[in-house]
Design a protein around this ligand. Structure first.
Ligand SMILES: *Cc1c(COP(=O)(O)O)cnc(C)c1O
Length: 335
């Protein structure tokens, strides 16, 4: 089985499991779990923030961040295709009473900053209060340009908006750019990072921000039922991931590049080159029938994410040999 549906399918390695088995634990809701505390200190240190909070998922981390920046009746500005807006079941509106103000995501993954400025509402009781600006990096495999982050941060500061990054895969961005992740995180008031994707931990995300914002976030995590007790068992997997699995993301990027490059030689499919930057490959069959190709691959034990297009995500269980097997299976389908 070659599972390219997502980097969330990664399972803990033997060494990670050993670290989890040995982890000292306590009741984290009481603040007693030394392993969770260590993970939070490590994440804050790595991201260059005052504090961090361990959350059960990226969805919970983004929601808690939005609820911590915003009050009921506020709004957040977000990409139309951003995970926070599109793939989190409307949580900010449902549970936070925070209205989204979505904007189109451009080819390079950015939002037009003039368009952002244009949707910021004046102080008038007819309008929701524009409070927060959210970006995602990487977004569908794309790395946001550093110069763009600086300009977006300036906008947020000038307009008095909070600035949140859904950095589920922010380490893919830093590894790709060859910069310390702090060069990215320093532009934001809060950053959410997934441990359970390419980093290979079984559970959890980190929200990294100021001490004040994290204190508020801790309350919202409790409201959402996200206070966990002896969570050190799973947090230990997160520590292991942050200590061992970041630099190797470059291999995932190489494998995705190889897969994309090989598929550019297959005339029946179109590779989305704009998104071919980190660990994702998006292809569209020219005949429009992604379902047929996806079903064929599944019958060969190759799992991909497919509907109108096909998404393949490389991760720590995918080898160069797997990549070539996938290429052969796709070629074979059209032969
Ligand atoms: C996966 C993902 C999330 C949410 O993480 P879960 O742990 O699956 O809830 C948030 N944002 C982005 C960009 C993601 O890819």
């Amino acid at each position: 089985m070659i599972d390219l549906r997502s980097d969330t399918v990664t399972r803990p390695s033997e060494a990670m499991r050993q670290a989890m088995a040995r982890a000292p634990v306590g009741d984290d809701v009481w603040g007693d779990d030394p392993t969770v505390r260590q993970l939070e200190e490590l994440a804050a240190d790595m991201l260059g923030t005052e504090a961090a909070l361990y959350l059960s998922s990226g969805t919970q981390s983004n929601l808690v961040a939005i609820m911590s920046h915003c009050q009921r009746g506020d709004e957040y500005i977000v990409g139309q295709d951003a995970h926070t807006y599109k793939y989190e079941a409307g949580g900010a509106a449902v549970l936070g009473s925070v209205q989204p103000q979505p904007l189109p995501v451009r080819e390079d993954g950015t939002l037009d900053l003039d368009a952002v400025r244009a949707v910021i509402k004046p102080d008038d009781f007819h309008f929701a209060i524009s409070r927060l600006f959210c970006l995602e990096n990487t977004i569908s495999g794309r790395v946001l340009p550093m110069s763009y982050l600086a300009r977006a941060a300036t906008l947020a500061r000038e307009e008095g908006l909070g600035f949140h990054l859904d950095g589920a895969r922010v380490f893919n961005a830093s590894v790709k750019l060859g910069v310390d992740v702090r060069e990215i995180s320093r532009h934001f008031d809060s950053v959410s990072v997934c441990l359970s994707k390419g980093l290979g931990a079984p559970v959890g995300s980190m929200l990294c921000a100021s001490r004040d914002l994290i204190a508020t976030a801790r309350r919202h995590r409790k409201i959402l039922g996200g206070g966990m007790r002896q969570a050190g068992i799973i947090a230990a997997g997160g520590i292991y991931a942050l200590q061992h699995n970041i630099a190797r993301l470059a291999e995932d990027h190489e494998h995705a590049a190889l897969l994309g490059l090989e598929l550019m030689n297959v005339p029946e499919v179109v590779v989305d080159e704009a998104k071919l930057q980190t660990n994702m490959v998006f292809i569209t069959p020219r005949d429009g029938n992604a379902m047929a190709l996806g079903d064929h691959l599944a019958s060969k034990g190759i799992l991909v994410d497919y509907r109108s297009t096909i998404r393949m995500v490389t991760h720590l269980h995918i080898t160069r040999q797997d990549v070539m097997t996938v290429v052969d299976s796709i070629k074979q389908f059209y032969r």
